[in-house]
Design a protein around this ligand. Structure first.
Ligand code: SF4
Length: 185
């Protein structure tokens, strides 16, 4: 299956614009700065400005109480986050411009409680599939049964010896099958 290739400007508009707009509106599961540090977020802001589509996020917004709370809660799930980041970084598309950013936001997004595409602030689930296809093509190809993306990632961790979602020897025998393969709207 062929997938689209994106220029840096196209990546910004296709993926990072909606994510940043949702972050600005408080609709994402991210801690401050999307899970980046201030310098990393500033670099992203500069890219938007250079592309003629500047972000208008008040710096104080990053430090909202709910984002601070999320930052504090991440500490309790640090190992899980690191396993997710490692999995993603091992499957990065080197031709993409914002691969590390993609790994970071997906890692943090997985710690949210909604469907992953919602917690990332994307407009719909197919946009998340497009994001995986471009930034993590090997993972995209591996999800050939169209599992929910968050469950798919945790299943990869389970297969590496983690103990996150899988309690059955196979999906066909699993009592939570619908949570992994059900519609994600
Ligand atoms: S259906 Fe069950 S066994 Fe299959 S990935 Fe989901 S939790 Fe794991």
């Amino acid at each position: 299956m062929t997938t689209a290739a994106y220029s840096q400007a196209q990546e910004l508009m296709q993926f990072w614009r909606p994510i940043c707009q949702s972050y600005q509106q408080g609709l994402t599961a991210f801690p401050p700065w999307l899970g980046l540090d201030a310098i990393g977020f500033q670099a992203l802001s500069d890219d938007f400005a250079n592309a003629g589509a500047p972000l208008s996020i008040d710096p104080a917004q990053h430090q909202s109480p709910v984002r601070q709370l999320r930052k504090d809660l991440v500490v309790m799930r640090e190992q899980e986050l690191q396993e997710l980041l490692q999995l993603l970084q091992q499957h990065i598309n080197p031709q993409a411009h914002y691969q590390q950013l993609a790994a970071t936001v997906i890692g943090y997004g997985c710690l949210g409680s909604q469907h992953l595409w919602k917690d990332l602030g994307l407009p719909e689930r197919p946009r998340l599939s497009q994001l995986f296809a471009w930034y993590f093509p090997a993972l995209f190809q591996r999800n050939d049964r169209n599992m929910r993306w968050k469950r798919f990632l945790y299943k990869q961790l389970c297969e590496r010896g983690g103990d996150y979602v899988c309690r059955a020897p196979s999906c066909e025998q699993c009592s939570t099958y619908a949570e992994c393969f059900g519609p994600e709207s």
